[in-house]
Design a protein around this ligand. Sequence first.
Ligand code: ZN
Length: 162
Amino acid sequence: MNINNKPCPCHSDKKYKKCCRPFHTSAKVAATPVELLQSRYSAYALGVAEYIMDTTHPMNEDAKKPRQQRESELELFAKGTSFDALEVLDKGDYEASEQVAPDAEKEAWVRFKVTLEQKGHDASFSEKSRFIKEDGRWRYALAEELVDSEDADKSTSEIQTN
Ligand SMILES: [Zn+2]
């Protein structure tokens, strides 16, 4: 199956070959944390395990798993999940005093929501992620806050009743 001319799974309305493919083939390096987030999202959708692993910072728990295990987990996830939306809600930079990686050139955060479906169930969540730039490359470090869609609905109704 040739996906190059199909719409990019990151929902950019561009063709895959003109959008996230150059990142996945290492022809281009993501210039911003948002670009990295989008290209990782489409890599999750397509099961490009190599790109997910290469753009995960060593401090992440997943980076400690054997590569083979991680690869099969990512392939299973891609196969069993429908990737319906990616929304960037907010973003910002960390001050030098808030940085966690000693070799970081820069650290930044992005808050986003992904709409996912697994076997007919809503698997959407919102996350505030930390990204770290080292040697000119942004990588995903960790989830600072994670809210699944059910909890998000709960907190909304709590606000309304108050
Ligand atoms: Zn894309």
